[in-house]
Design a protein around this ligand. Structure first.
Ligand SMILES: Cc1cc2nc3c(=O)[nH]c(=O)nc-3n(C[C@H](O)[C@H](O)[C@H](O)COP(=O)(O)OP(=O)(O)OC[C@H]3O[C@@H](n4cnc5c(N)ncnc54)[C@H](O)[C@@H]3O)c2cc1C
Length: 453
């Protein structure tokens, strides 16, 4: 007789209709609700391995979710492995590393590392899961200064599609280790990960807000300014149309604004001097750029903290010539009628362009800027969001590298669209790794790719 998941697992197994099922499958992005046949609330690597082995025997596809920040496409059937309880964080101050469970968020890591004056390379929101972020490469707020989060990974424990548990590093299953640093969850479910920390307690950074009427001047100033900046200066410029909702602070609520995001790990006085040209470009109605405790890194981007039904879009740009800025202004400038809440430019380059000796599958090294759009599937313009996301991508394509960044790619489309998240040779190599470690395509949700024959 075939064993059921409930027979095999000591952790909760929930099916549609069970109490707690909806809460377990729902994460941060509520635009694309998951509808798996079952979800397991994993507590340890053995739970994950048992569930994967069981699913492989049934031929049932498997997905993994920690926080749901990357839930960009709905899961219809299959087995969902929820890792949100696997939140353990162990800091090793002497070796300057941390080992985290699959469910740990950057907030969990920051709480554990800050007392040691150490920090990990977190992204714009501390609610994001460390593992899900890092398997996509992990674009940190301080990326131009210190490179991709994936470059700092020393070791990963992973469950592959055959249900085997492996500990992978540069000297053990190096090809699998390569793919798990930038290739998303195509080759397995990571159950724990060890990565390097930096001695970092304070930075110069934060954000400043300008009235949207200044968008044309600010975009042009930003293009000139970023062309002159040292690598360590990490910035973004965001065109924001935040909705008139009560939990959005009054000066930003229901208004078109421009946000300058700054993070500089060097001398604060030098940071202030470097930011001066942007402060001179237009009057800010909020200027909260100054010395910042690294624990308050979320103050740089001020991303939403509560679940949202978001549709994301992304394109890597080679540069920002006048034509690109004019097109951006047509799409999202003061006179544009767009349902997109956020149209953002992140300055890339610096350490993000460097390929480490160990190599990895990160695909966004050759970009000058990352263009990101976010729309919300709510309100009277919900139906316009997907077409506006596609239109923005198409309009900016003449200045693009032709590629996206997998973590911010948005809803993955057909295989050709998925392939755009990596350079062709990285994508081909990832397909070969997928063919070796997941030939049946057990992990076929999210940003999965086709295994090579
Ligand atoms: C508000 C916000 C801010 C963001 N800021 C940044 C940023 O600054 N830089 C950046 O690079 N990205 C950023 N992202 C994107 C984010 O890194 C990705 O969405 C990432 O996948 C989120 O991981 P998660 O585990 O939190 O989300 P989940 O939705 O739980 O997981 C997303 C995907 O990650 C993979 N994954 C998760 N856990 C595992 C595991 N244990 N093993 C293998 N694969 C796994 C799976 O493919 C899964 O489908 C941001 C997203 C949001 C919504």
């Amino acid at each position: 007789m075939t064993s059921t998941l409930e027979d095999l697992l000591p952790c909760p197994v929930l099916r549609p209709g069970d109490a707690g099922f909806a809460e377990e499958v729902t994460g941060f992005n509520v635009a694309h609700p998951h509808e798996p046949d079952a979800v397991i609330a994993a507590r340890c690597a053995d739970d994950v391995a048992t569930a994967v082995r069981w699913a492989a025997r049934q031929g049932m596809p498997v997905a993994v979710q920690a926080t749901g920040h990357g839930a960009n496409s709905p899961m219809d059937g299959g087995l969902l492995i929820s890792t949100r309880r696997m939140k353990r964080v162990d800091v090793h101050p002497d070796g300057r590393t941390a080992t985290v469970g699959a469910g740990a968020t950057w907030r969990d890591v920051q709480r554990a590392t800050a007392p040691h004056g150490l920090a990990g390379l977190a992204g714009s929101s501390s609610g994001v899961g460390v593992v899900g972020y890092t398997v996509g490469g992990g674009l940190p707020v301080l990326g131009r200064a210190f490179g991709w989060a994936a470059q700092r990974v020393r070791r990963m424990d992973v469950v592959t599609a055959d249900g085997e548990q492996q500990s992978v590093a540069t000297d053990s299953e190096p090809e699998l280790f390569w793919a798990l640093r930038g290739g998303k969850s195509n080759a397995g479910v990571v159950t724990s990960m060890t990565f390097e920390l930096l001695p970092l307690a304070r930075i110069y950074g934060g954000s400043a807000y300008f009235d949207g009427a200044h968008a044309p001047g600010l975009l042009r100033a930003y293009a000139q300014w970023t062309a002159t900046l040292p690598d360590q200066m990490c910035t973004a410029l965001q065109l924001l149309r935040l909705p008139p909702l009560p939990d959005i602070p009054e000066p930003l609520r229901g208004r078109f604004t421009v946000q300058l995001c700054v993070a500089w790990p060097g001398d604060p006085a030098e940071g202030k001097r470097l930011v001066a040209p942007m402060r001179a470009a237009a009057p800010a109605f909020i200027d909260a750029i100054g010395e910042l405790d690294y624990r308050d890194l979320d103050d740089v981007y001020r991303d939403p903290e509560h679940p949202v039904p978001a549709v994301e879009g992304c394109l890597l740009l080679r540069g920002l010539p006048g034509g690109a800025i004019d097109t951006l202004l047509e799409l999202a400038g003061p006179d544009a009628a767009t349902p997109l809440l956020v149209v953002a430019l992140r300055h890339m380059g610096g350490a993000l362009a460097e390929l480490p000796a160990t190599g990895d599958a990160v695909g966004a090294r050759d970009a000058g800027y990352l263009l990101q759009t976010v729309g919300i599937l709510a309100g009277p313009h919900a139906a316009d969001v997907a077409p506006a996301t596609a239109a923005a991508r198409a309009a900016m394509t003449p200045w693009s590298t032709g590629h996206t960044y997998v973590n911010l790619h948005g809803t993955p489309g057909d295989e050709a669209d998925r392939a755009r998240a990596w350079p062709a040779e990285t994508y081909d190599r990832l397909r070969r790794v997928k063919g070796r470690y997941d030939p049946a395509g057990l992990f076929r949700f999210g940003h999965s790719i086709a295994p090579a024959e």
